[in-house]
Design a protein around this ligand. Structure first.
Ligand SMILES: [Fe+2]
Length: 553
């Protein structure tokens, strides 16, 4: 068999990738809200809710945020593809259904990326003779699936075909499953706005018309709203709130389990206040292959204030990896320029541009040292409106990049970060002038410019990356901000996770599995799965919880 192409983890700080990500984010924000593909899907092939209520036991696997580097994605899928995983002498069989919880592919959903980063690994771990019946696969999209307007997602998951050993059955980007013993799965597509479209909300209300008082509902959505509510004041939109009211107030059912990815770690929180379903579980499990997110941040207070002033109390019950591991990994940002070799080209270009467009420091000031040269440069900048515009533009961009929903923090941290780059760019210019003088070419315009470009480029490459690394390290370590940026820079393959759930007469049993390290080598052609990790990559239980079944009627 031919080994599939094995893409590396996405280099989020490659300048070309940074540009693409920025462009895709802006385009999707504009077009997804104005030309919502979900509305077209609602007009297409009808979709009926699916029932497994006649089963005595139903097994379901959950994985989210797959499709980054080949190695972690394949290692997680390999664990999911095995016929069973032994836990304390009990064999937990592969799920009858695999639920993919969002962000199935990185950096952005496109047919080619799904093929290379998800479908190839799925085929690589599937046996030549698929099991009968094939396990089912249901997927809901995350923001990265939405970055091509959902075209690649629909082409991949909504065609009633097979992906490796799994077979798909959905025709829309959301679904509802009736599970045994008065359990339901509501898997929603919240697009980029934390909300449903109106046809989707109506579809769920129709699909849930047999929901009865006291039934237990699992809600799967692409973002852990219970975390983002605290971190970014981001909450469910009106249609999603309406659906939740329908479930809990009109039908008087109970949402006992929330599942989401988007944050690439494992964290289980329990709702502890009296107002909600007591003991409801909120699980973030985004460990399907994408770079790791920290667990020491965001700092989740136990008390959250809701939209209408209601109070929510949570307890963090389990996290993976542990906070000490997360903190230790954060330190790697101090080696940012070495971990993100191409990022330096962006800062080299920026510093060179600044050196060229901003007034040059007074050559005479160089004699007094770098400090006076920078001081003189700042005065010259202040005297030139065009230079001030450039400086303001840079500072606005850096403030915009700053990760906070508090304006004062955003402006303060952004200005410090931006000013550091400006000071470094001025220092690089001063160093270039000093070198030109030392070489005796300060009066030769072309030679002097050449020396300055070399100095700005070289210092910009290393200093720019170093400043970014220190900024990210301090942000994520001290201020609990930039968890995404400070960990996407690490491209960490380890610490992946997924879930296995059993729904039976006793309720829902949930096991979370972790894979600490990725196998270094793979054997091709071994049985029963075509690709076997050559080194040990055993998933281990990192958390387990039981949710008792609804009371007997
Ligand atoms: Fe993600």
């Amino acid at each position: 068999m031919t080994a599939p192409e094995r893409p590396d983890m996405v280099g989020w700080y490659d300048p070309a990738q940074l540009l693409r990500t920025g462009l895709q984010t802006v385009l999707t924000e504009v077009f997804a809200t104005r030309a919502d593909y979900r509305l077209l899907l609602a007009l297409g092939e009808p979709q009926e809710p699916r029932s497994f209520a006649d089963r005595e036991v139903f097994w379901m696997d959950y994985v989210s945020d797959t499709g980054d580097g080949w190695r972690p994605t394949t290692a997680v899928l390999h664990a999911l593809a095995r016929t069973s995983i032994a836990v304390d002498g009990e064999a937990l069989p592969r799920g009858d259904l695999l639920l993919m919880g969002g962000d199935q592919v990185y950096p952005a959903g496109s047919i080619a990326e799904y093929e290379a980063r998800l479908l190839a690994p799925m085929r690589a771990v599937s046996p030549p003779e698929p099991p009968s019946p094939r396990p089912l696969l249901l997927a809901i999209p995350g923001n990265h699936d939405w970055y091509d307007g959902l075209v690649g997602f629909v082409s991949t998951f909504a065609q009633k075909g097979s992906l490796g050993m799994w077979s798909t059955f959905q025709t829309r980007s959301y679904h509802c499953l009736r599970l045994p013993h008065r359990h339901w799965l509501v898997a929603v597509d919240v697009q980029l706005q934390c909300d449903l479209d109106v046809p989707q909300r109506r579809w769920f209300e129709s699909a849930l018309k047999e929901l009865r008082e006291g039934d237990h509902v699992i809600v799967a959505l692409a973002e852990p709203t219970w975390v983002f509510r605290q971190q970014y004041a981001k909450d469910h939109g009106p249609q999603m709130r309406s659906l939740l009211r329908y479930i809990t107030e009109e039908r008087r059912a109970r949402v006992v389990l929330w599942l989401a990815g988007d944050l690439h770690h494992y964290r289980r929180m329990e709702r502890t206040d009296e107002g909600a379903t007591p003991g409801a579980q909120y699980v973030t499990s985004g460990g399907g292959g994408a770079f790791l997110h920290p667990t020491h941040t965001p700092s989740l207070q136990r008390l959250q204030r809701g939209r209408r002033g209601e109070t929510r109390r949570f307890r963090v019950s389990a996290e993976y990896p542990t906070r000490p591991v997360s903190l230790a990994l954060a330190r790697r940002n101090l080696a940012f320029p070495l971990l993100n070799l191409r990022f330096g080209f962006a800062t080299a270009a920026l510093y060179t541009l600044l050196s060229w467009l901003l007034p040059q420091p007074d050559l005479g000031a160089i004699d007094q040292g770098v400090g006076p040269a920078i001081q003189r440069g700042l005065v010259q900048v202040a005297e030139q409106p065009s230079a001030i515009s450039l400086v303001v533009l840079l500072l606005v961009a850096v403030v915009y990049f700053t990760d906070s929903n508090r304006t004062a923090y955003r402006v303060g941290a952004g200005l410090v970060h931006g000013a550091s780059h400006l000071a470094a760019a001025l220092a690089a210019t001063a160093a270039g002038l000093w070198c030109a003088r030392a070489l005796g070419v300060q009066h030769d315009v072309v030679a002097r410019r050449g020396v300055m470009i070399a100095a700005s480029g070289l210092l910009g490459y290393w200093l720019g990356g170093a400043i970014m690394g220190v900024y990210l390290f301090v942000s994520v370590r001290v201020f609990h901000r930039h968890g995404n940026e400070a960990f996407s820079s690490l491209r960490e393959e380890g610490w992946k996770n997924f879930l296995r759930l059993r729904v039976d007469a006793s309720g829902i049993s949930l096991w979370a599995f972790g894979l600490d390290r990725m196998p270094e080598r793979w054997t091709v052609g071994a049985w029963p799965l075509p690709q076997q990790p050559a080194a040990s990559a055993e998933p281990r239980v990192i958390d387990a919880v039981k949710i008792a079944a609804p009371a007997a009627e």
